[in-house]
Design a protein around this ligand. Sequence first.
Ligand code: FPP
Ligand code: MG
Length: 313
Amino acid sequence: MSTAWSPLVADAIDQVEALMAQSLSSQVPLLHHAAGLVVSAGGKRLRPTVLLLSQRAVGGGDVPFAVRLAAAVEMVHTASLVHDDINDRSDLRRGQPAVRTRWGDAAALLVGDFVFVRLLGLVAEAGVEAIQLLAQACGALVEGETLQLLSTWDASLTAERYLEIIGQKTAVLLATCAELGALTAGAAIDERKALHAYGYHLGLAYQIRDDTLDLIGDRERMGKPNASDLDQGLLSLPALHALRMRPELASCVRERNPEPLKAAIRETGGVEEATTAARVQAEAAAAALAPLPPSAARDELERLARWAAERER
Ligand code: FPP
Ligand code: MG
């Protein structure tokens, strides 16, 4: 049975699942087993869903083409999570032991590489434009992750800079998913731009909420560890708000002591501040869809944006 987020694209999501599994077969049992596990382990399929709904929202088009691209973007995302768990020293992903927990960091590096490399076969015939969009998104992903690494324990980080970093790390790929959907439908440039903007704001809402859930979320429900970002010096909106209200806590950041900051987040309403910011981005995403004709797919995209800001997992 399909676990698709939207019934409109449930069949296509099933095809995405099958295509990913097929693309990740290998003669090397470790790669075959580990890559198979990570793609089948309960991801939300947010990126394929955005791509497929975007195609429908601008009139539909070549569904098999969109399915291939949807599998490719989900594989970019999955590969990046396998690598991210190495960087974050995280033991749990999607409710399962992370690849690094089962097989170690060195093997996890290779499994991530394998998932990433195999998507090239999927996009080989996608055309120059789609490949260029995908290449730019992958570049932004790695750049964003690198900027985040360089900003750990940085008491001078601002909310604006944080939004730029998560924009690169998360929002560009979602913007690209929406734009690729439009591309596969042969949409006009203003519709492509509208969907790109939608995906970007959706990505910001999603990541602001993700970083907030890291502070308040439930480990079981989230399927990944929580309260780990601050311990690693990653400052997101709740912490940046607390720092703005209590500038004297900058010294704790420099001394790598997150505990006073955790208390200050509670006392200054940092979580509420971040929740509002996520909602602002969700509304901006919904507003970006205005140039598109009314349709069930457009309604689903709107619903998805609001869910991104409110979700509990
Ligand atoms: C999750 O963020 C991580 C990302 C969105 C990007 C990670 C990118 C890399 C590690 C670069 C490698 C890229 C490729 C394509 C192989 P998070 O840590 O905030 O989320 P989490 O709470 O789910 O871990
Ligand atoms: Mg992480």
